[in-house]
Design a protein around this ligand. Sequence first.
Ligand SMILES: [Ca+2]
Length: 251
Amino acid sequence: MSREKARRGFTLIELAIVLVILGLLLGMGVGLVRMLTKRNKIMEAREKIREAREVVNAAIDALIGHAMSRGCLVLKDNDPLQGFFSGTQFYQNAGIPRIKDSWGKFLYYIVAPEIAQGGKGGQCSSNKDICSQDGTSLILKVCKDAKCSSWDEEYHDIAFVIVSGGPNYNIQISPYNPILVYMPGIAVDGFKEDGNATGGFDDIVKWVTLNELKVKIGCQYLRKTLPKILPPRTFPKKLPIEKVKPIEKRD
Ligand SMILES: [Ca+2]
C-alpha cells in the first residue's frame, strides 16, 4: 500500500515537472515567435528601403535619358517653390511615367533652374544646355541638427535631387536653396507642403552634380577638358531600421 502511495506521489511530481517543462517550452516558443516576427519586420523594412533606393535610381536614369535626348532637364510647369520644382507631376508632363517609392508615394524632384526647361520634347534653348553650363546655383547641405546650425557636408553645382519620403511616408528635407537634408533620426519636418508629421528623418535622398550629369550624357566628347567626377552619393547610407513605424498610406 505504501509503495502504491509512493508511486502515486512520484506520478504527481512527474506531472508537475512535465507541466513546468511544458510551461518553459511554451514560454520559449512565444519568445521565439516574437523574435522571429520582429526579425521578419526588420527584414521587410530593409527590403522596402532597398527597393526605394532602386526606384530612386530608376528615376535618375529616366532623367538622365531625358537630358541626353533634349540637352536639358525637365521642368514642372507650375513651380511653387521659389524657382525650384516639385516632382509630383513632372514625370507625367515630360512623358516619363510617374514613379512611386516602395511605400506608394510619388518621388520628389528638385532641379537647378539653369539647366531646366518645360515642354515634352524638342531640343532645349541654348541658354539651358547642360553641356554649356559651368555651374548651377543649387546647393545641398547635410545637416547635423534640425536648425542646420552645423552641417557635415556641403555640395555646390547640384543638377538635380530625387527624394523618397522614406518609411514614415513624409518628405522631411527642406526643398529651398540651399536644400537641407539631415542626419538619420533627427526630429525635423523641413517640407510643410507635404503635411506636418513628426518622427526622425528617414528620407532617401540622391543627388547628381552638374559635372556628373555632363559625364553621364556625354558632354566630355563635346569638350576638350574633362570635368571633374565625384563619386555618386546616396544619403543616408544607413537608416535606423529598428525605429521604423507603421506606415499610414495616403494619396
Ligand atoms: Ca521621411
